[in-house]
Design a protein around this ligand. Structure first.
Ligand SMILES: Cc1ncc(COP(=O)(O)O)c(C=O)c1O
Length: 379
């Protein structure tokens, strides 16, 4: 048996060792780490709401009105007014009959997929799906099939061959609207058509689309007018919404079933009601004219550095060492840009992942562009 020290040495030798790098400031576009001020291009605060005065005030107000914690799981006595109001507002925004919130996006996936699919069923995942979708699919006990990234032909072939053999099995296709480490979009309309034509269910993880895409910020499904054709619109309140938590929006029957079957929902203390209260404010802001103005600002910021439909901008460098040394060189000049390595991305595709926010001032983006060129990794 290997000792933890041996495992750590192996990770170190492969350039895969991770360690915490605490900030000594709050989150935001300008942060401090190890006593040094840096421009932060590493977080997912796409609209700058993590430091928005109204959202901070809502969190404080939520504590005053509803206390510090929920003190019980949702099904026991942990459902308080803000949970209910947030779920109603999410359902309305997502054009579904109902919605359910979880303590994180990861917990949402672990709750939904095993509740929907089990032994004898099939879960089909895009190759680049986030770890929470992969782990949930494995946990479900369903047969897992992975299709190459955004490969509609392969997905169609898989769906037809499974349907031909298993006319009654549940088939769940899970994919992301905005891929978290690549920043590209899934071909949603074609995927919706394929799932409908094969009697399959569709789970769309809008973790990086929520707040960012669509005229009201409800994600790619809103932008494409497809909200009512996606079985499960899932996402997180921890990125553009600036807080933490996860959600799924679906039909009333599916949500009622999740209330009965989604284990991270049932067997975990409810998220603090103050958080739900603040998330409701965040959702309202995202859908408002101010939210639309922040999205316009974000698009302007993206255009300053890349031709990308999303604020996630990867620069694939290949080896772990290349990504680590580029990130270290950028850090030395005052820019926080993470080196993303296996298993977050496939081996051999280590990269810098730049994430932009509406809160970045134009001069910070111009300075990052110059620093990337000086580090010999221009976009
Ligand atoms: C695509 C995707 N889904 C789900 C999650 C999990 O969300 P959370 O951070 O709220 O657990 C993340 C990121 O963390 C993500 O990138």
């Amino acid at each position: 048996m290997h000792s933890p020290a041996e495992e750590l040495r192996k990770l170190q030798a492969e350039g895969l060792l991770r360690g915490l790098q605490p900030l000594d400031s709050p989150a935001g576009p300008r942060v401090s780490r190890g006593g040094r001020a840096m421009w932060n291009f590493a977080s997912n605060d796409y609209l700058g709401l993590a430091r928005h005065p109204e959202i901070e005030a809502a969190l404080i107000e939520g504590v005053r009105r509803f206390g510090a914690g929920a003190a019980a799981s949702r099904l026991v006595c942990g459902t308080l007014p803000p949970h209910r109001l947030l779920e109603e507002a999410l359902a309305e925004a997502k054009q579904t009959a109902a919605a359910l919130v979880f303590s994180s996006g990861f917990a949402t996936s672990l709750g939904v997929i095993p509740a929907v699919a089990g032994k004898g069923d099939f879960v089909l995942l895009d190759k680049l799906c986030h770890a929470c979708l992969v782990d949930a699919a494995r946990l479900s006990g369903a047969t897992l099939r992975v299709f190459p990234h955004n490969d509609l032909h392969k997905l169609a072939r898989l769906l037809s061959s499974i349907r031909a053999k298993e006319p009654h099995a549940r088939i769940l296709v899970a994919t992301e609207s905005v891929f978290s480490m690549d920043g590209d979009l899934c071909p949603l309309r074609e995927i919706v058509d394929l799932t409908e034509n094969h009697g399959a269910l569709l789970l769309l993880d809008e973790a990086h689309g929520f707040g960012v895409l669509g005229s009201h910020g409800m994600g790619l499904a809103e932008r494409e007018g497809l909200q009512q054709r996606v079985t499960f619109q899932m996402g997180t309140l921890s990125k553009a919404a600036g807080l933490s938590g996860g959600y799924v929006a679906a039909s009333r029957e599916w949500i009622d079933l999740l209330v009965n079957r989604a284990r991270p929902f049932i067997y975990s203390t409810a998220p603090p009601p103050a958080l739900a209260h603040a998330a409701l404010h965040s959702l309202t802001l995202i859908r408002s004219d101010e939210g639309a103005a922040l999205r316009a600002k974000l698009r302007e910021n993206i255009a300053r550095i890349a031709d990308s439909p999303t604020p996630v901008i990867p620069r694939v460098l290949g080896t772990n060492e290349a990504a680590l040394s580029a990130a270290a060189a950028l850090a030395d000049t005052g820019f926080m840009v993470p080196a993303i390595r296996f298993p977050t991305v496939p081996r051999g595709s280590a990269r810098l992942r730049i994430s932009l926010s509406a809160a970045h001032p134009p001069e910070a983006i111009a300075a990052l562009k110059a620093a990337l060129e000086a580090t010999l990794v221009p976009l």
